[in-house]
Design a protein around this ligand. Structure first.
Ligand code: GDP
Ligand code: MG
Length: 370
């Protein structure tokens, strides 16, 4: 609405494209093609040159917005806590996650081989479901946080007992602090001969982590993803902390979530989405960034089709024509039409920003040359 291509503006003014581009060149617009997008303001200025009184119609705001936060969360239903595993590469994040998943799969009847999707929900010993996330990509995590997303309710910081604090450990600490969520430290690989638990603890203290042994309130659990040592302890600590946090969300209303991963599989484009509010179902219309979709299939981490994804769960969503980006917010729309219009609006907004940025850069270049 607030954008127009050179070709369309020329047509609106009743001038042939080639002629129009040449005349625009005389007005000082360089390297213009008929496909260039002009902002409403620029188009109005050009139209004035031709004696027209042009008005820029402000585009109707067709964007979708998340709902305001609930007034009284304590009256809402409990939802599974979302626990993010972070730490330095090779310190055992995936191994610990696989251990937690396997110990729960045993209790499930299907017990099939699960693929790794980096996010899954399990029932630990207590029977209450918990959703685990393998560290989201750095960029996606930043993007979600910049938009004020509390994707995670707590962080498990994994530190290998034989390697101690490393650059990505410190990075993870920064994320956890910025997200203002509680943390549990899992000192992993304690089965190794070269394990040095005391060193890890003092290195953490040196990084300002207030661990319990030193009078702080950050729990530290010694574990081995290999032997299973200490894993029950870790589960208990997670459940206890989750209970204390009393995490609740609406199960109804327009759903909201975040894209954790976006990939192409043999069955098509798949996005792993963490649902934070509301419940997603097949057939629902959604928008992620400037991409609209109608949910064709929802699948859990075992690849099984499911009928609904309640808040606090991670699901694979199929049905995308275009790929959403990791870190994008997902919003349910009341209709597919509304989803498409919102996506279109966002796409135009994006193009407009890009066009303006390009124009600004070209103007600057011109001034630099002069
Ligand atoms: P990630 O990069 O943090 O996900 O680390 P991985 O889970 O991929 O583990 C890295 C390596 O450490 C793998 O070879 C694991 O088998 C090994 N590993 C993980 N946990 C343990 C543990 O508790 N004890 C021992 N000895 N090795 C482990
Ligand atoms: Mg890993």
């Amino acid at each position: 609405p607030e954008l127009i291509s050179v070709a369309n503006l020329g047509a609106a003014l009743g001038i042939k494209a080639k002629e129009f581009i040449q005349q625009m060149g005389e007005m000082g617009f360089e390297n213009i093609t008929k496909d260039n997008i002009l902002t409403g303001e620029t188009a109005a200025l050009i139209a004035q040159e031709y004696g027209f009184e042009a008005q820029v119609a402000m585009g109707e705001d067709e964007d979708l917005k998340p709902r305001p936060p609930p007034e009284d969360p304590s009256s809402l239903p409990l939802r599974p806590p979302v626990v993010t595993i972070m730490g330095h590469v090779d310190h055992g994040k995936t191994t610990l996650l696989d251990y937690l998943r396997k110990s729960s799969i045993v209790e499930q009847e299907h017990g099939g081989i699960t693929q790794h999707i980096g996010a899954f929900s399990v029932n630990l010993s207590s029977g209450n479901p918990i959703t685990f996330l393998d560290t989201p990509g750095h960029a996606a995590f930043l993007s979600m946080r910049q938009r004020g997303a509390n994707v995670t309710d707590m962080v498990i910081l994994v530190v290998a007992a034989d390697d101690s604090v490393k650059p990505q450990t410190i990075e993870a600490l920064k994320h956890a602090r910025a997200a203002k969520v509680p943390m549990i430290v899992a000192i992993n690989k304690v089965d190794k001969e070269s394990a040095n638990i005391d060193r890890v603890k003092s290195d953490l203290v040196a990084q300002g982590v207030e661990i319990e042994d030193y009078g702080g309130d950050v729990q530290v659990v010694c574990v081995s993803g290999k032997t299973g040592q200490g894993m029950e302890d870790l589960e208990e600590n997670i459940l206890l902390l989750a209970e204390m946090l009393d995490i609740r969300s609406e199960t109804d209303g327009m759903a909201e979530g975040w894209v954790l991963e976006s990939t192409i599989k043999p069955i098509g484009r798949v996005a792993t989405v963490l649902v934070k509010r509301g419940t997603l179902r097949p057939g629902d219309a959604i928008v992620a960034g400037s991409v609209a979709a109608r949910i064709r299939t929802l699948r859990n981490e075992a690849g099984q089709e499911i009928d609904e994804a309640p808040p606090g769960t991670a699901v694979e969503i199929l049905g995308w024509k275009d790929p959403p980006a990791a870190g994008d917010q997902v919003l349910q729309a009341p209709s597919e039409d509304k989803a498409k219009r919102a996506a279109h609006y966002r796409q135009e907004l994006k193009e407009r920003h890009e066009a303006v940025a390009l124009q600004t850069k070209q103007d600057q270049d011109k001034r630099d040359k002069a």
